[in-house]
Ligand binder design. Structure first.
Ligand SMILES: [Zn+2]
Length: 381
């Protein structure tokens, strides 16, 4: 994986502001990405989700590998602006204890990359401990009553081997999909169909993914992979590699597809390094779009990047307020290497299961030899 290229895809997306229902700029970015590459096609569904397709020569397009990432991030809708006071509704999951008065905000107009104003949170509202909205004082510029607000951090930076920004979840997942599609389009392997599905409004209950399912955007024979940034856990730390996900807080994923991911990780290394760094884990700090597809009858699993300051909640605790999210560059590169390897080799995705795995045959033979009396003593029963 070319590090500079991979980081270029991250910078391109993370620099764009977004919030649930306000994903215009990252959606436009994905559309331009597809339009710049003749081997890719794209389609926007009735809900505004974008599908980018690579259909290799002779590929079965009823059974694509579909890489799903969402383009929103928890943030505020601006409801009303009176003089220097903005009233806000928060969309997404964040503990209200983290929303300390004085926390910095940037105000955005839809379709504009740069903020039109800055301010600070003056009061936060919550229900059951979750942030639902609040009020803010505008200190610089203005706010647009049809616009949105994000925590006042830079969109993208690299610091000490980490990608740091106001949004990693899930623009960085989307960047990994772009990097993979870019590589697949260059290599142009025959016989594989690899699609990216870029969804809206995941943070308010997978709404974009559920609409895409209802609209029939993805064929029932597809293999679905959710690419997420997921709260790092003591047992699933940053720096441990990309996470091959066995499930999330709501469901356990399709074991065969999770196994395909493990095998892809094992074979995706370069040079002496046969495997890319990976960890096989249940990430139950949140739920992801694989659960939406799985519950709807699809073959679904996922990968996750271990995330610091999940949903901008400072890892040090509520008294530390809000903070930029971050992901280790090496974990991100491992994810792209795994995905590219998987995407270019159809046999990894649907392994031949007609024969038992070699270890099973060997150990069963050992069991019979060591534990069962000499031949002839095994009786039918
Ligand atoms: Zn999230």
């Amino acid at each position: 994986v070319d590090r500079d290229r991979a980081l270029g895809f991250a910078e391109g997306l993370l620099s764009l502001p977004t919030a649930p229902f306000m994903e215009d700029l990252p959606l436009d970015h994905v559309v331009s990405f597809a339009d710049d590459r003749p081997r890719l096609s794209r389609h926007q569904d009735g809900a505004g989700n974008v599908v980018v397709r690579y259909d290799g020569e002779g590929a079965d397009t009823t059974r694509p590998l579909v890489l799903v990432a969402h383009l929103d991030h928890p943030g505020f809708a601006v409801d009303e602006v009176v003089d220097d006071t903005a009233t806000l509704t928060f969309h997404g999951g964040l503990g209200v204890a983290h929303a300390l008065p004085g926390s910095p905000l940037h105000f955005f107009r839809r379709g504009h990359v740069d903020p039109i104003g800055e301010g600070v949170l003056t009061a936060a509202d919550g229900t059951d401990g979750r942030l639902t909205g609040g009020t803010a004082r505008i200190t610089v510029g203005g706010a647009d009553a049809a616009g949105f607000a994000m925590w006042g951090f830079a969109g993208y930076g690299v610091d000490d081997g980490r990608i740091v920004g106001r949004v990693c979840d899930d623009l960085l997942g989307a960047a990994a999909v772009l990097a993979t599609l870019d590589e697949v389009a260059r290599q142009a392997p025959p016989g594989v169909a690899v699609w990216g599905l870029f969804t809206r409004a995941e943070e308010v209950g997978f709404l974009g993914a559920l609409a895409a399912i209802r609209l029939g955007v993805v064929p029932v024979g597809a293999s679905i992979l959710s690419l997420e940034c997921s709260k790092a856990l003591p047992d699933a730390p940053q720096g441990g590699g990309v996470i091959v996900r066995v499930g999330d807080r709501m469901s356990i994923f399709e074991p065969g597809l999770t196994e395909a991911l493990r095998r892809a990780a094992e074979g995706a290394g370069v040079g002496d390094q046969r495997a890319v760094p990976y960890q096989r884990k249940l990430m139950d700090g949140g739920s992801c779009e694989a659960t939406a597809f799985h519950a709807s009858g699809y073959r679904a699993s996922g990968l996750a990047l271990p995330l610091g300051n999940y949903h901008n909640a400072a890892d040090e605790g509520p008294e530390s307020g809000i903070a930029p999210e971050h992901v280790l560059v090496d974990d991100y590169l491992a994810e792209i290497a795994l995905l590219t390897h998987l995407a270019c080799d159809r046999s990894l995705l649907e392994p031949d299961t007609s024969a038992p795995p070699p270890w099973l045959t060997e150990r069963t033979a050992a069991a019979m030899e060591l534990l069962v009396e000499p031949a002839g003593h095994v009786e039918d029963w």
